[in-house]
Ligand binder design. Sequence first.
Ligand code: AKB
Length: 316
Amino acid sequence: MKKILIIGAVGQIGSELTLKMRELYGNQNVIASTRKTEPSQKIKESGPFEFFDVMDRKKLEAVCDKYKVDHIVNMAAILSAVGEKDPMFAWDVNMNGLINILETAREKKIKQILMPSSIAVFGPGTPRVNTPQDTVLKPTTMYGVTKVAGELLCDYYVRKYGVDIRGLRYPGIISHETLPGGGTTDYAVAIYYEAIQHGKYTCFVRESTKLPMMYMPDCLKATIDLFEADFSKLKHHSDFNVAGMSFTVGEMATEIRKHMPDFKIDYQPDFRQAIADSWPESIDDTAAREEWGWKPAYTLASMTVDMLTELKKKLK
Ligand code: AKB
């Protein structure tokens, strides 16, 4: 049985991925970890948990030894909006944290690393519609810079040391369990919370802003399908484009109004508008479909029904 260490296990994706992986691989085989945020009761009680900073290499190695870890999933990252407020902190966590993981994996002969990337690798010079797999990578955020460097570094470790590393470029992820922390695409989650709690939302990007998004069940499926993929069949490694859906904020509001006709939205763009404008509108994920069979299930309409139903239960 695999022994999987999930770093960043209390964040938006990490928290749900931990529970999903415990269900699939056994509670005791999935070790959750985070820097300092207290985990949910569900995470704490369903399996092993460790507090440590990914920048602390000794502690990372000690945890790998303690649990005989052979797979590492790294969900720890400083995202685009927070990264612009403290670029050096973003560099430190995203790059030095990654180097620690890669070096630990090389030295301890860890069998596999899953290292997510993001649509933040793209920038203003990249084609914005149906963005190709292999294209211009000149991001304008520190988060994007660390993700491009991270992809290159991971591919280097694959080539130079034969470490099995896989990664996918997450679009904005929408979910109702754990809030996202510090990204530009956070508006696509906040809009549902605010609709349920206050019937209105002030959005920090323009109505016409269109970005690639994905619902959490598809995100978990993509992550686990890539985790399980046959490494020998992969031509790409750390940089798979994965598409779910693409829509404008205006289209989201229209979809919400189908269920909540009185929902109101206004717009007060801030510094995150420029970040959103530098990213693609839609993504070409042919490589992921061909190399490991990726296929999303959710649309804006089906996700909206699910988000509103789940949030009504949770918040009312
Ligand atoms: C962000 O907005 O920074 C993230 C991302 C697209 O990686 N959600």
